[in-house]
Ligand binder design. Structure first.
Ligand SMILES: Cc1cc2nc3c(=O)[nH]c(=O)nc-3n(C[C@H](O)[C@H](O)[C@H](O)COP(=O)(O)OP(=O)(O)OC[C@H]3O[C@@H](n4cnc5c(N)ncnc54)[C@H](O)[C@@H]3O)c2cc1C
Length: 378
């Protein structure tokens, strides 16, 4: 038992979720899994107890996602619904918003998507132009475009990052708005992705979308602070997603390498096959260590230190996942590319963890500037 890294409860949670994952397995019905995981309290494990959650943190939620991924059935919406949106509403929402949203997010009966990426801003989220202005009735009017937003069709609402004008400085500042799926003027079109996943990506148009005053989450003046409270869990959860997928791929490769024999020994006896798999395992374990550090810092309330660790964990996990999947596919030879073995589709899926929610280059930029104090080129 690793007393320092994970408590006894964490270990029990891991094995209980792993058992659930095994019952569902790869190719399972994600909606059925979502419902069952929610019923068992896993989806809301990080949300406050008084609003129907488990009272834990991102450490627990990341264990759930990693183990479901390792069983071949990751739930992408866990990254956005309980981790980003649930966290932001729990930490910065009004009492009314907490009462309205958290019980549903915790028991899985309601889901929320999260939209920050814009076509003309991309990695540079300081450039987003989705703008909210005050309406005469005290509400808001939101206008802008978003791209690559996951799960908007299955989510009851999307937490949209927009900007409002600061009355004193005239500058635009980041603000978060809850936009229910069927709000007039809020339209979505599906992006044709090369991904085999239940959760689809959408381009969104917000054309003079009228929202009530209480659509704004948190303080209008808190700006980036609130946003990062949600983005750090997103990075930690993406690390969990990537580590889970990497472990799944590695396990399939190990099963194959133990059995498959074309000379006198199983292929796993050849070091050219064994060593890269050993490396993949080491790198996934290292990534998990950084993820645990990031989650522990975040749950302890140290947002700044958590920011650095969450970025590093997401980077390490994305790289480890891409390498593990690549090596797993290679280990299976021709079978690595068949539908039957189901690994080829992971080649594309693994790349997502390198690109989203923040690309590997932007993390390298962050570490260069913030951690190492090097000058910026952009
Ligand atoms: C499957 C999937 C699901 C997603 N789900 C969501 C979601 O639910 N909500 C949401 O808001 N977004 C979502 N995204 C969007 C994702 O967060 C963005 O794709 C990501 O932030 C990168 O932005 P971009 O695609 O515009 O790339 P760009 O910003 O155009 O970057 C293109 C390339 O240039 C590099 N680059 C850019 N600037 C620099 C620089 N200064 N230095 C070095 N290299 C640089 C990048 O690293 C990248 O390799 C999703 C994306 C995918 C693929």
């Amino acid at each position: 038992m690793n007393l320092i890294l994970e408590t006894e409860e964490h270990t029990q949670l891991r094995s209980a979720v792993a058992a659930l994952g095994r019952r569902h397995g790869r190719g399972c019905d994600p909606e059925a899994l979502w419902t069952e995981a929610a019923k068992l309290g896993y989806l809301g494990v990080n949300l406050p107890e008084e609003h129907g959650g488990g009272g834990g943190g991102i450490a627990e939620l990341s264990i759930v996602l990693e183990e479901l991924g390792a069983a071949g059935c990751p739930l992408l919406m866990m990254i956005v619904s309980p981790a980003i949106c649930g966290t932001v509403i729990a930490r910065f929402g009004t009492e009314e918003q907490r009462r309205t949203w958290l019980p549903g997010l915790a028991d899985g009966s309601r889901t929320m998507a999260f939209g920050i990426t814009e076509p003309d801003a991309g990695s540079n989220s300081h450039r987003i132009t989705t703008t909210a202005r005050r309406a005469d009735d005290g509400g808001w009017v939101l206008t802008g475009r978003k791209v690559f937003i996951s799960g908007v069709d299955i989510a009851d609402a999307t937490l949209v990052v927009g900007r409002t004008e600061d009355a004193r400085t005239g500058k635009l500042k980041a603000c978060l708005f809850i936009v229910p799926r069927e709000t007039p003027g809020f339209t979505r079109s599906r992006i044709d992705m090369e991904l085999h996943a239940h959760e689809k990506q959408f381009e969104l148009v917000l054309d003079e979308v009228r929202l009530p005053a209480d659509a704004l989450v948190g303080d209008e003046d808190a700006g980036l602070l609130q946003l990062f409270a949600g983005l750090n869990p997103e990075r930690i959860m993406t690390a969990a997603f990537a580590i889970g997928m990497g472990r799944y791929a590695l396990d399939r490769a190990l099963e194959y390498a133990r059995d498959r024999q074309v000379w006198q020994t199983p292929i796993g006896a050849h070091q050219a096959i064994a060593h890269p798999l050993a490396q993949a395992h080491i790198e996934l374990e290292l990534a998990r260590l950084m993820m645990q550090k990031a989650a522990a810092l975040y749950d302890a309330g140290d947002d700044v230190a958590a920011g650095e660790a969450a970025n590093m964990a997401k980077y390490a996990a994305g790289e480890a996942c891409v390498k593990a999947v690549d090596q797993a596919v290679h280990t299976l030879g021709g079978n690595g590319l068949t539908r039957e073995y189901g690994l080829a589709s992971l080649v594309t899926a693994a790349r997502v963890s390198r690109i989203a929610p923040v690309s590997r280059e932007m993390i390298l930029n962050y570490v260069s500037h913030q951690t190492l104090g090097l000058p910026k080129s952009y």
